[in-house]
Design a protein. Structure first.
Length: 255
């Protein structure tokens, strides 16, 4: 009997198990998304995590407007969902209002491949700014996380402005979290990502083992496919920038 037949049978069985693991992980992610809190206004005593405040947007075609230009502009438009503007050379401003004291908030923008994101808190005459994006070293972020996380210390009513600009797709999924809630959610997310990338890693190693056992080039092609897919996912979700080249914005932009 040929040694290739048992190897092929083992490969088929292993691929079935891995496919089940990946489907299970994807289902878990989908369920988490469906069970996420619905959009709501930011009112006192709300404790939902990942809440989305009412948002407004303003297009800046030349990318030259300042916070002083946009504060009282009549061009603001209400957003019905999360900010998604496609591929454009324009910069976009997004704003939302905090109406009650919230000293323990974190603003999360869940699109790690934005080139530039600037957050400005305006309360009375006081202004606080943060800047981040994949044009900046990873260590320059106010919170070292694969997504963009900004501390929002609201001692009273204030408006928060978010300016985004990017050569990639212009999306800015915005949500507000307490520090405790964010840490708990980030831990669960990391656990799920570990299972996902661990399954891909096992598939790579197993197919390498089969290649060296039976010397069939098709296994190498499969290894290349899985590896390139895993690398793409690492880049898209921000983990490659966080762990592989955090000091190189140039590589991050190319990837």
């Amino acid at each position: 009997m040929s040694t290739a037949a048992p190897a092929q049978a083992a490969l088929g069985s292993f691929r079935g198990v891995c496919a089940y693991v990946i489907r299970f992980t994807a289902s878990a992610c989908l369920c988490a998304a469906l069970l996420a809190p619905a959009s709501c206004s930011l009112q006192e005593n709300q404790t939902e995590e990942g809440r989305v405040p009412p948002l407004q947007s303003l297009e800046d075609p030349a990318g030259s407007l300042t916070i002083g230009d946009v504060e009282n502009s009549p061009a603001w438009k209400d957003l019905l969902g999360q900010p998604t503007f496609g591929y454009t050379s324009s910069a976009y401003w997004i704003r939302f209002r905090i109406t009650s004291p919230s000293p323990d908030l974190l603003l999360r923008v869940g699109h790690p491949i934005l080139d530039s994101i600037r957050v400005t808190q305006a309360a009375g005459g006081a202004v606080k700014k943060y800047e981040a994006g994949d044009r900046y070293p990873f260590a320059a972020r106010p919170v070292l996380h694969r997504d963009f996380i900004f501390p929002i210390e609201a001692e009273g009513p204030q408006t928060v402005y978010v300016r985004i600009q990017s050569s990639s797709s212009m999306q800015a999924p915005i949500s507000l979290w307490s520090r405790k809630g964010f840490l708990e959610t980030a831990g669960i997310e990391n656990y799920i990502l570990g299972i996902y990338f661990g399954a891909l890693g096992v598939m790579v190693l197993y197919n390498l083992f089969l290649y060296f056992s039976v010397r069939d080039a098709s296994y190498l092609f499969y290894v290349a496919y899985i590896s390139s897919f895993a690398f793409t996912m690492l880049c898209v979700n921000g983990m490659a920038y966080q762990f592989l080249w955090p000091a190189s914005p140039l590589i991050e932009n190319v990837s």
